[in-house]
Design a protein around this ligand. Structure first.
Ligand SMILES: [Zn+2]
Length: 497
């Protein structure tokens, strides 16, 4: 036993030594100039390298970066999509200026926006990555002018007192995520508010276009609906999440027109995973608190934090989880009655069933951005999770559930900064409960050519619909599972400061 352990220690040391040269974590120092809207970047590497390539994660737009130079006298060569530097010395730095103002002026998703005096930019466009970084996370420090703040998906680190005394300077570590994952960094005049919850914090920034009263309403709403997400397993799925709320009407004429034609509290939401985890919500601050509470988008996006990125092929599984939970978790938190939750699921299943498409569910999901079979994909996925949740409760007499598997998944595997194959995700959930339900149902659903038989499932759960009337039958075979699925959970109140 002891021999075995020392062998493992030896192998462990060896692998660290072998990796040391392949992974050179970059250190970034950033200074933002509010007048010119230029960001001066110094990127330093500790080790010597024969050659280093520096590229932005986004392939385009090398022209946003200017004045590249090295701290040694050696040169830096511009290529088609990257810069290269030979004979790199230990501790050497590359410096350049990034034109954040120009990036924000694009007013385009995944590039940037100007929102009043605030600049939102995709860091993939201006944070050059050295090819010697390997899997290491980067460290970054930014100095901001007085009155300016930053909101980023990166993880803030406690600043040493000496650094804090020098003025507004923030330290971060940057999770190493795939290059094509979206991210947004906001710099401007705002206060990032921390909504502290069991298991983590939501860092909320409301960007321009909401008055003080509306800001309070939006913050209270997020704190309120995040209780619904806690009703899954009592904790936020991730320790640290950036939340950007963008008031509708700030993104140009088109969004103002949409807001006028189709009034909603929440117009759009997305969960993005580049360089950390973030939610973006496009909101109409003029709508009432009751309309915000009635909206499902925030709970849907927060539910996406519970699973890793599953790729296009696994999008039905990911969207299904969020679509199922947007109704079920809101019932648990008292934002819907159980009957309302089952009714909304039923309406979704009916819409999904009406949208027939060619091919299997997996093929439709892999091709979603061309086929636009969103209803079929989202609601087939929701039927998968309802089926699995019912199966687990049924077979275990209520001891097992999908939230127990997801809670254990949080402990073993989140945050996850890489893509998972959907088969690996369901196999992991099975392993965490010692069952095969997730994988068996996965194989069944992913190959379905038709919409799943949700009416049979509803009959077994004791949910009857006569015309517009929905009744719940306590004598049905899976009535106990149905009641347990929507039963209220005790959830601690959110605190914000
Ligand atoms: Zn979604």
């Amino acid at each position: 036993m002891i021999m075995l352990r020392s062998a493992f220690v030896f192998i462990g040391l060896l692998s660290v030594t072998l990796c040391a040269h392949a992974q050179d974590a970059p250190h970034y120092e950033l200074h933002f100039d509010a007048q010119t809207q230029m960001l001066a970047v110094h990127l330093c590497l500790l080790q010597a390298h024969a050659k280093v390539e520096f590229a932005a994660d986004a392939e385009t737009e090398m022209h946003y970066l200017h004045d590249l130079q090295r701290s040694s006298d050696n040169g830096v060569e511009a290529g088609a999509s990257a810069w290269s530097a030979e004979h790199w010395r230990p501790g050497e730095c590359l410096s350049y200026n990034a034109d954040l103002g120009a990036i924000a002026s694009a007013n385009e998703q995944d590039v940037g926006w100007h929102l009043g005096e605030n600049l939102v930019t995709a860091p993939q466009l201006w944070l050059l990555r050295p090819d010697v970084q390997g899997n290491a996370d980067a460290a970054l420090r930014i100095a901001l002018p007085a009155g300016w703040s930053i909101s980023a998906p990166w993880h803030e680190q406690p600043a040493p007192p000496a650094v804090a005394a020098l003025g507004k300077s923030v330290l971060f570590s940057i999770p190493n995520t795939p290059a094509n994952w979206s991210a947004a960094v906001a710099i401007g005049h705002f206060d990032e508010e921390r909504i502290e919850l069991p298991g983590g914090v939501l860092r909320l920034t409301i960007l321009h276009g909401a008055d003080a009263e509306q800001r309070t309403k939006l913050r209270d709403w997020l704190a309120h609906v995040s209780r619904a997400v806690l009703s899954a397993y009592g904790r936020l799925p991730l320790a640290d999440v950036q939340v950007l709320m963008i008031p509708v009407g700030q993104l140009g004429l088109a969004s103002r027109a949409v807001a006028a034609v189709a009034p909603h509290a929440v117009h759009f939401g997305q969960s993005i995973r580049g360089q950390g985890n973030a939610l973006e919500l496009l909101v109409d601050p003029s709508r009432s608190a009751a309309e915000f509470d009635d909206d499902w988008v925030a709970v849907h996006e927060l539910s996406h934090l519970m699973h890793p990125y599953l790729g296009d092929r696994g999008s039905w599984l990911a969207e299904g989880l969020a679509t199922y939970y947007q109704n079920i978790l809101r019932a648990r938190a008292g934002l819907l009655t159980p009957a309302q939750a089952w009714d909304r699921l039923q309406e979704g299943f009916s819409r999904g069933e009406a949208q027939q498409g060619a091919g299997t569910l997996e093929q439709a999901a892999a091709d979603m951005h061309r086929s636009h079979a969103f209803q079929r994909i989202y609601w087939s996925g929701a039927a998968y999770w309802l089926t699995v949740d019912r199966d687990l409760r049924h077979a275990s007499g209520g001891k097992l559930s999908m939230e127990l598997a997801l809670s254990r998944f949080r402990d073993c595997c989140l945050p996850s900064y890489r893509q998972w194959q959907p088969e690996d995700f369901v196999a992991k959930l099975d392993g965490l409960l010692g069952v095969q339900t997730f994988s068996q149902r996965y194989r069944e659903f992913s190959t379905m050519q038709q919409f799943p038989d949700w009416k049979k499932l509803y009959t077994e759960l004791g949910i009857r619909i006569d015309g517009k009337r929905l009744t719940l039958d306590a004598a049905a075979v899976d009535a106990a599972a149905r009641e347990a699925i929507t039963a209220a959970r005790p959830t601690p109140a959110a605190e914000s400061r």
